[in-house]
Design a binder for this molecule. Structure first.
Ligand code: AMP
Ligand code: ZN
Length: 471
C-alpha cells in the first residue's frame, strides 16, 4: 500500500468505529458511493449524503490524489421494505405517475443529475445503472450458489446469512432482537430473518415491466447485489472507499459485505464512510409525507443551491443536521456575508501587506484531513478573510484554493456589488488595523482622524472594523 503523500488524511471507518490514517492501494483512490433510487426527486436529505461524498472526493483531490469515482443509479429492485417484501419502488413510481418504469427512471435520473450540477458536484467518472448490469449480477449470484451461500424458495434466490459467520459484525447487529421483532413481515421460506434476496421471481399473477431471464427463472435482481456487482466490475474486488448514508449500515452495506466477501474471500472496501441524516423536526426526511423537501422547494423560496451547500458545511458529516426554514435563512445570511467579503476583496486586491500564507494553508489542510471537518475548515476561511495580516490578493488566493474543497463557487464571485467605499479609505482602514495590531496607538488614532476628516467613521464589530459614511 502507498501511504498518501505529505499530509496524512484521517477518515472515520465504520468498520472499525475509529478514525484511521487513510491509505490507498494504488496511486488512484477507488471510490464507490451508493447512488439514488430514481423513482422520485432526490430530497435534500439524500442530497446531504451525496454532498458529503463530494466533499470527500474534493478532499482527496486537494491532497494531490487521483480518484476514480463510481456511483450507481438504482433503477430496479429496491423494494419498499428492507425485508424483501412490498413492491419495487420503481414500479410504484410508475403507477403513481401513469408512466412506464423506464420513463420514470429516465426522468428522475435526469432530475438528480441536474441537482448534482446545481450543487456543483464534481461528476463521478462512471454512473452505472443496475439495469445495465443484469449479467454481472447473475454471474455473482451463480458464484454464491456454487459456493453454497444461496438457496431457492418460491419467492426467489436468497443469501443464507448463517453461512457467513461475520454477518452481524459490521453493524454490531443483535440477531436475537431482529428475530424477535421481524417475524411478521418475513418472506415465507426464508431460513433466517437476516437472509436477503439475491434474485426475486416475477409474481405469477402480475406482469412486471422490468424482468429478465435467469438460470433460476424470470425475475429481477435484489437491491444489494447491484452494488457488489458494479463496484467489483468498475473498481475491482476491494475498492478503497465505499460510502452511503447511515441507514445503509445495518442492511444494505451489511448485505453487500456478506455477499461480496463470501464470493471473493477478500474485504469488500477498506474504508466505509457514512453520512448522518438531515432531520426535520426530530424526524428523518423521507420521500413520502409532508416532510419531502427537494432542491426546487428551496429555490422557490429564494434559497439557492450554494446556500444549501453552505448550510450542509456548517455541520460535520457524522453529526445529524436539523433542517428548519430559520436555520436555512441563517445560512443564507452567512453565505451572503461570505460572498460580499470576497467581492470587497476583489475590488481592492492590492490592499494590505503581503505575509506568509503557509500557516493558513497548513491549518486548513489539517482540518479537512481530520475526517473532513468542514465547520472548522470554514472557520479557517473566515480567519483568513478577516485577518489584518494578509494582503487582499492573498486572501482571495487562499479562499479560491480552499474553495476547491468547499465548492461554494467563490471563484466566480465578482467585485460588482461591493460597498461604495473608496479604495483609498479602505487602505487607510487597513493601515489603522495594522497600527492597532502593532499597539502603535498614536498612529492608530491619527489614521482614525484622517478617516473621519474624509467623511467616514470606523465601527469596530465582532467580525472586524468597518467603515460607514457620515451623513
Ligand atoms: P435513496 O435514493 O433512497 O437510495 O437514497 C440515496 C442516499 O440518501 C442513500 O445514501 C441514503 O442513505 C441517503 N439518505 C436517505 N435519507 C437521508 C436523510 N434524511 N439524510 C441524509 N441522507 C439520507
Ligand atoms: Zn449500494
Amino acid at each position: 500500500m502507498i501511504e498518501t503523500e505529505k499530509k496524512r488524511i484521517f477518515l472515520y471507518n465504520t468498520r472499525t468505529r475509529s478514525k484511521e490514517p487513510f491509505v490507498s492501494q494504488g496511486d488512484c483512490v477507488s471510490l464507490y458511493t451508493c447512488g439514488p433510487t430514481v423513482y422520485n426527486f432526490a430530497h435534500i436529505g439524500n442530497l446531504r449524503t451525496f454532498l458529503f461524498e463530494d466533499i470527500l472526493k474534493r478532499t482527496l483531490l486537494f491532497n494531490g490524489l487521483k480518484v476514480k469515482h463510481v456511483m450507481n443509479i438504482t433503477d430496479v429492485g429496491h423494494l419498499v421494505s428492507d425485508a424483501d417484501t412490498g413492491d419495487d419502488k420503481m414500479e410504484t413510481g410508475a403507477v403513481r405517475e401513469g408512466k412506464t418504469v423506464w420513463d420514470i427512471a429516465a426522468f428522475y435520473t435526469q432530475a438528480v443529475m441536474a441537482d448534482f450540477k446545481k450543487l456543483n458536484f464534481i461528476p463521478a467518472d462512471i454512473y452505472c445503472k443496475a439495469t445495465d448490469h443484469i449479467a454481472e449480477q447473475i454471474n455473482l449470484i451463480k458464484t454464491l450458489e456454487d459456493k453454497g451461500y444461496a438457496y431457492i424458495i418460491d419467492d426467489g434466490v436468497y443469501f443464507d446469512t448463517s453461512k457467513f459467520s461475520r454477518y452481524a459484525d459490521f453493524a454490531r447487529l443483535r440477531i436475537d432482537e431482529l428475530e424477535a421483532g421481524a417475524r411478521v413481515e418475513m418472506v415465507k421460506g426464508k431460513r433466517q430473518v437476516t437472509d436477503f434476496a439475491l434474485w426475486k421471481f416475477s409474481p405469477k399473477d402480475k406482469q412486471r415491466q422490468m424482468e429478465w431471464e435467469s438460470p433460476w427463472g424470470k425475475g429481477f435482481p435484489g437491491w444489494h447485489i447491484e452494488c457488489s456487482a458494479m463496484a467489483m466490475k468498475h473498481l475491482g474486488e476491494t475498492p478503497d472507499i465505499h460510502c452511503g448514508g447511515i441507514d445503509h449500515i445495518p442492511v444494505h452495506h451489511t448485505n453487500e459485505i456478506a455477499q461480496s466477501e463470501a464470493a471473493t474471500g477478500k474485504p469488500f472496501a477498506n474504508f466505509w464512510l457514512h453520512g448522518e441524516f438531515l432531520v426535520l423536526e426530530k424526524e428523518k426526511m423521507a420521500k413520502s409525507g409532508g416532510n419531502f423537501i427537494i432542491l426546487k422547494t428551496l429555490e422557490e423560496r429564494g434559497i439557492g443551491p450554494f446556500v444549501y451547500r453552505f448550510f450542509c458545511l456548517s455541520a460535520h458529516y457524522r453529526a445529524p443536521l436539523a433542517f428548519s426554514w430559520e436555520a436555512i435563512q441563517n445560512a443564507q445570511q452567512g453565505y451572503n456575508s461570505l460572498v460580499s467579503k470576497i467581492s470587497e476583496l476583489r475590488n481592492n486586491p492590492g490592499l494590505g501587506f503581503p505575509t506568509d500564507v503557509q500557516p493558513y494553508e497548513v491549518e486548513f489542510q489539517r482540518e479537512i484531513n481530520d475526517d473532513l471537518n468542514m465547520p472548522r475548515a470554514i472557520a479557517v476561511l473566515w480567519k483568513v478573510l478577516r485577518s489584518d495580516a494578509l494582503q487582499n490578493s492573498q486572501k482571495l488566493a487562499l479562499a479560491e484554493s480552499f474553495d476547491r474543497v468547499f465548492g461554494l463557487g467563490l471563484g466566480q464571485v465578482s467585485g460588482t456589488f461591493v460597498s461604495d467605499i473608496p479604495a483609498e479609505l479602505l487602505q487607510l482602514l487597513n493601515e489603522r488595523n495594522q497600527a492597532r495590531k502593532a499597539k502603535d496607538w498614536p498612529l492608530s488614532d491619527c489614521l482614525r482622524d484622517t478617516i473621519l476628516e474624509k467623511g467616514y467613521k470606523i465601527i469596530d464589530t465582532a467580525t472586524g472594523a468597518k467603515l460607514e459614511k457620515i451623513t
